[in-house]
Design a protein around this ligand. Structure first.
Ligand code: ARG
Length: 270
């Protein structure tokens, strides 16, 4: 029997969303972006969370920061403590201070900016007792030690090797404390062996699941919100007793983001 745990999320409305630079292979500034459609898809995701009983807070979007909608990258928040992102790319650096300020003003006094490149929940995913940590494209491997010291949680470093899956949350999804789904081809051989050792019962995503960003999902332990066209993954989740809920995030995918990227989890103390 799977049970849903109410979540506390932070989101950022894509008011200024656009693709005007390219920092991952999905982003093509020549392709038109329909910002009103992105806003509608984001709003529908927010409504889905509210209908599941989750709390959703929002941070004000800042002009000139078209990727700020991807709130997951703003920080990692565990036990009421926040390690705020230090972005790799100049285009996103100003998002860090905005998230730091929001967190400090909303009860997270213990918020601090990472001293080494660290893209928040894009690369850091809490799975039970372990903090899974991606590297290879964005977060610096040395940021793993900083995160372990800050949170006092064992950090498991995982190396990503496929530029299409440049953040850990594009290649792996935490479904509950013990269950994950992942796309094997996104990981180095050693990291894949680590995943097989830690999660022998994991759901294995197909090429098709990964290519629609099916792993970029938000789970509450029972309900799993994910891109609606990840059909194999949706079926696999259902077979394992989860309740998959499809979302259309096609506009946000033009920037290399989807459901999870738009969602930062705020985990309070205790
Ligand atoms: N355009 C953004 C970037 O490349 C997308 C970030 C997606 N966020 C995520 N959590 N994977 O930085």
């Amino acid at each position: 029997m799977r049970t849903a745990q109410p979540r506390h999320y932070l989101m950022c409305r894509p008011t200024h969303f656009d693709v005007v630079y390219s920092i991952n292979p999905w982003m093509d500034p020549r392709k038109p972006v329909d910002t009103p459609l992105a806003i509608a898809q984001w709003e529908s995701l927010r409504q889905t969370y509210l209908s599941l009983g989750h709390t959703v807070e929002t941070i004000d979007p800042l002009p000139g920061l078209p990727d700020m909608v991807f709130a997951a990258n703003g920080a990692t928040v565990i036990d009421g403590r926040a390690l705020v992102a230090r972005f790799r790319d100049a285009e996103r650096i100003a998002e860090g201070p905005a998230y730091l300020q929001w967190l400090r003003e909303h009860g997270f006094a213990d918020a601090r900016t990472a001293s080494i490149v660290n893209e928040g929940e894009g690369d850091y995913l809490l799975a039970g007792e372990w903090l899974l940590a991606g590297t290879g494209f964005r977060s610096d491997p040395r940021s793993h030690a900083e995160a372990q010291e800050f949170f006092g949680r064992p950090v498991i470093g995982l190396t990503l090797v496929d530029p299409d899956y440049y953040h850990l949350d594009t290649a792996l999804s935490v479904l509950d404390e013990k269950t994950v789904a992942y796309y094997p081809a996104a990981f180095s051989p050693g990291s894949l062996a680590v995943l097989q050792r830690l999660f022998p019962d994991a759901i294995i995503a197909t090429d098709a699941d990964a290519s629609v960003f099916g792993l970029n999902a938000a789970s509450d332990g029972y309900n799993v919100v994910l891109p609606h066209n990840a059909t194999h993954l949706i079926e696999a989740l259902r077979e394992r007793g989860f309740n998959p809920i499809g979302a259309d995030m096609s506009e946000l995918l033009k920037a290399g983001g989807s459901v999870k990227c738009c969602t930062l989890e705020l985990r309070s103390a205790g």
